[in-house]
Design a binder for this molecule. Sequence first.
Ligand code: NAD
Length: 274
Amino acid sequence: MKVLKSLFDIKSRVAVLSGGGGILAGEMAKGLLDSGARVVLLDINEDNLKKKVKSLKTNDNDITGYKCDVLDENNLKAVNDKILTKFGKIDILVNAAGGNMTSATIGLGQTIFDMKIENFRKVTDLNLIGTVLPTLIFGEDMAKQKSGSIINISSMASTSVITRVVGYSAAKAAIDNFTKWMAVELAQKFGDKIRVNAIAPGFLITEQNRSLLTNEDGSLTDRGTTILKITPFKRFGEPDELVGTVLWLASDASKFVTGAVIPIDGGFSIFSGV
Ligand code: NAD
């Protein structure tokens, strides 16, 4: 039991989460704080960021928020300097800024040929470049210190086709590839204590997908019904169901795991529906 406890020990480790004002990063931050990590939340939306920091702050924990745009290299470098000045290091990076965009979703009754390429570009930029750029900027010092855990956020859309969300899917598939590529690069050049993995959340109801999955009266849309039909658990997930996997990936409990994309999906990704 004692051995197990020390494997999961992340007390005083410094964890940086992008998209920190959002739902999933907020849940992960709570889990990291409850485990004694020092948490830095980054978000482009300062109001949401402040609210999240306030809601997670207690007398016993250490949480800071910085406004930061994951697509702005200078902004990321300035924030990296602030973090290193205040904390001296980064141990855990969770790239959680991202998500689908209504403008990049193929509307009902539309086809792919109605899509505007600038919307495809926007959603792929946010999700892919918004993961790659922070990894390069925050990850460089992690690589120099030869230790750390980087956790990217993939999606069910990366491996099987989810209709209507073409740009988001392309970006998440690229994140899977980048996760594996970066895992090899860092291991080969900086050793076996710096790791890169991803989690692939299944369908959780959040603001991004609520109107795609449920009607205003709370009943399921056709899309929501189809998803549950091929989810062996027959339910959507809850944001806090990601936390255990994140703590495992963040800690030495997963110290021989790198380049993995872990589905957290109630079985959705392994079931054909038959
Ligand atoms: P969310 O919208 O609640 O949070 C995303 C956060 O990212 C927001 O606070 C937003 O302000 C921030 N953000 C947007 N652009 C930014 C930028 N340029 N720089 C910095 N911050 C920026 O979304 P969420 O549901 O918490 O999703 C988090 C991640 O999980 C995303 O990558 C999403 O694709 C992924 N994901 C979500 C689900 C789900 O069911 N919600 C499923 C699979 C994957």
